[in-house]
Design a binder for this molecule. Structure first.
Ligand code: 5AD
Ligand code: SF4
Length: 473
């Protein structure tokens, strides 16, 4: 694929001009009132969105905004939305309804919404008809245009809707404010070509496109210089990274290159699709010291007819074989997954196959979801939608199978010592901090905020289903 660097650089320069103009307006406001303009970003959904929000924050800071403590006090409010399941959408509508009252009290408040939800025509119609207090709407493909969109809104004093149906160029080098100093996410690819029949993502995030390896490696080198120790490589389907780039590059090769970067100590990645997980990748994970012993490998359902209807392109047997192969090469691997219960037509006996996979694969963790009908996907058209009560019952059976295994695997860590990267002060008890083992398990241990961002040896002393307790040795 031809690399079109100039377009990216041109776009970036253009947005920097708008950022400068808005910064001047905000500086003038500060000189006049002694107050800085403030902003509040709310993020729904996955790590991809969380990372997009870091870019929004980076741009807003450059424009002179500071973070408000509470949404109601902010001059600029953004919702970065998700539409993978219906309840995420309902939350956004609920919040927007509330903001209507806030805006009545503070008419200067600007409200922007962006992200996956906005890529759906029906949502745009609803916003236009029922949420007229929204000032700016943009989508997943033109997030970098935030400064320009804000400027147009200031100039025209009218709502701005700017949604693209398709992606254009990848814009590199946006200002980004990282949530953590010592760990960072890096996009390696955008979009998804898999079209799992229940999933809206391919429609709202577009076709797969990979960033050039050099751009990715340069970004990580810069992050390492800036003190980042742990990076997470992000893509909807990282295992097909590199397809279409026209270079001899695969995800496995990329991992090996990232592994060579000085300063980086831990490498994670999200998400893998079982159908594309190559032996080459398993060997790269095994060989690269810095690549964490954790893989998130969604299987979604255990029954082969359901997997076929989901368009997942593997069978239960193939999934289990793959798990075996990974465990053979990397015996201490931690395996996590995503599971959907209640896909159209799924019977209780078909859910037994899901439970069978759980028992055989023995997951260290799982995100479990009740199927949510997404308009525009093939599954939404299927006639045999499952009754809510039945889905809920099966969902509970799935949890009952998962949780004892997760607990048992967690308890096997008691008495052993692991390297732990300290993350945050514990919510419940300020004398404790939380951290992650290399395999991504969560551990609470005594400490204070000065330890955040460093790696410690921690001996595990107790286990719960969803976390461990330990002490520094
Ligand atoms: N309903 C429920 N869960 C879904 N997911 C994706 N689409 C749906 C849907 N329509 C889940 C899948 C995916 C995760 C990110 O979200 O398990 O792996
Ligand atoms: Fe959705 Fe399937 Fe793509 Fe994952 S791989 S984003 S579940 S379509």
């Amino acid at each position: 694929m031809e690399r079109n660097n100039n377009v990216s650089a041109e776009q970036l320069a253009r947005q920097q001009e708008f950022m400068k103009k808005i910064r001047e307006i905000n500086d003038e406001y500060f000189n006049r009132t002694g107050k800085k303009k403030s902003m509040f970003i709310t993020t729904f959904g996955c790590q991809m969105n969380a990372h997009d929000s870091e870019k929004l924050l980076g741009m807003l800071k450059e424009m002179g905004y500071e973070e408000a403590q509470e949404e109601k006090d902010a001059d600029f409010v953004i919702y970065n939305t998700c539409c993978v399941r219906e309840n995420a959408e309902n939350k956004v509508y609920g919040n927007l309804g509330y903001l209507k009252h806030q805006k009545r009290e503070n008419p200067e408040m600007k409200i922007a919404i962006c992200g996956c939800m906005m890529q759906q025509e029906s949502v745009l119609q609803t916003i236009k008809e029922k949420y007229k207090h929204v000032d700016m709407v943009f989508g997943t493909f033109n997030l970098y245009k935030l400064p320009e969109i804000m400027y147009i809104n200031i100039e025209t004093k009218a709502p701005v809707f700017d949604i693209w149906k398709e992606h254009k160029e990848i814009v590199e080098d946006l200002p980004t404010i990282r949530h953590f100093k010592y760990k960072a996410s890096v996009n390696i690819m955008f979009g998804c070509n898999n079209f799992c029949s229940y999933c809206i993502v391919p429609y709202v995030r577009g076709r797969e496109r990979s960033r050039c390896p050099e751009d990715i490696l340069n970004e990580i080198r810069e992050l390492a210089k800036d003190g980042v120790k742990e990076i997470t490589l992000l893509g909807q389907n990282v295992n097909s990274y590199g397809l279409g780039l026209g270079e001899d590059i695969t995800f496995a090769k990329l991992l090996r290159m990232v592994n060579e970067i000085d300063g980086i100590e831990r490498i994670r990645f999200m998400t893998s699709h079982p159908k594309d997980l190559s032996d080459e990748l398993i060997y790269a994970m095994r060989d690269c010291k810095k690549v964490c012993n954790h893989i998130h490998l969604p299987f979604q359902a255990g029954n082969n007819d359901i997997l076929k209807a989901m368009n997942r392109k593997y069978t239960k047997e193939q999934y289990l074989e793959l798990v075996e192969k990974i465990k053979k090469e990397i015996p201490d691997i931690s395996l996590t997954t995503d599971i959907i219960v209640g896909f159209p037509g799924e019977t209780s006996s078909q859910v037994d196959d899901t439970i069978d996979v759980i028992k055989k694969a023995r997951f260290n963790g799982a995100f479990t979801f009740i199927y949510s009908k997404r308009t525009g996907t093939p599954a939404a058209e299927m006639k045999n939608q499952v009754d809510e009560k039945e889905a809920k019952e099966n969902f509970n059976r799935v949890l009952d199978a998962l949780n004892p295994i997760i607990y048992e695997l967690n308890c096997q860590k008691v008495g052993k010592t692991y390297k732990v990267l300290a993350d945050d002060v514990s919510n419940g008890d300020k004398e404790y901090i939380t951290g992650r083992l290399e395999d991504n398990s969560l551990v609470h241990f005594k400490g204070d905020s000065s330890m955040i961002g460093q790696i410690f040896d921690v001996k595990i002393t107790d286990c719960k289903t969803f976390y461990l307790i330990g002490e520094r040795v």
